[in-house]
Design a protein around this ligand. Structure first.
Ligand code: ZN
Length: 203
């Protein structure tokens, strides 16, 4: 097989390099993405784009994660999980608390459920439930999260609601470009044949 030329900066193939649209932003939290190893092999994962777009963020691939090792002794106090779990709080409440880490679980609904099953400490964390105003732009993935968002869309929505006055929407440009390039590569016709129902609506 011919070796593809990769971009040294964004790590993607030259033909689908996203450097022109990637941004690099600071935010008030360290964003940590926990990713299922199978999801990590998916070329259209939005998690690497998210990690590249935020200073100080971490993308961790694995099945078992040790909270004390990753976040220190006060992990229960310091971590806010972006997930519609049992311990949900509003963004207004979350803003009053001095969270240091914003956690996201990357993967389809099934893979995320598995991550939680393998890491029961996640259930002890306070959660932030998102209410997307518009359907996801994740037009070419078949098993979206329960809220229908890609991980980068979920992160942008979370950061925007936690940091009023800041707007992280610029992070989505690289994601949109990645999707557009993929659709162009597969051909519009194939796209419409395989994904006639997209964008999915939430009910
Ligand atoms: Zn690049």
């Amino acid at each position: 097989m011919q070796k593809r030329e990769m971009c040294n900066n964004c790590g993607r193939p030259q033909k689908t390099c996203l450097c022109a649209v990637l941004v690099k932003r600071h935010c008030a939290y360290q964003v940590v993405i926990l990713q299922d190893p199978k999801e990590a092999r998916h070329a259209l994962s939005s998690a690497p784009l998210l990690a590249q777009s935020l200073h100080d963020s971490r993308l961790l691939v694995g099945e078992h994660f040790d909270p004390e090792h990753l976040f220190g002794h006060h992990w229960q106090r310091d971590c806010l999980l972006v997930f519609p779990g049992d311990n949900c709080m509003s963004a207004e409440t979350a803003r009053q608390r001095p969270f240091r880490y914003l956690l996201l679980l990357d993967g389809s609904w099934r893979k995320v459920s598995r991550l939680i099953h393998l890491n029961p400490w996640l259930k002890e964390l306070p959660c932030l439930r998102l209410s997307p105003a518009s359907p996801s732009n994740y037009r070419i993935r078949k098993s979206p999260r329960s809220d229908g968002l890609s991980t980068i869309e979920a992160a942008v929505l979370a950061l925007n609601s936690l940091s009023p006055g800041d707007d992280y929407s610029a992070l989505l440009a690289a994601f949109e470009q990645m999707i557009d390039l993929q659709i162009a590569a597969m051909g519009e016709e194939t796209f419409l044949r395989n994904y006639p129902d997209k964008p999915a609506t939430k009910d």
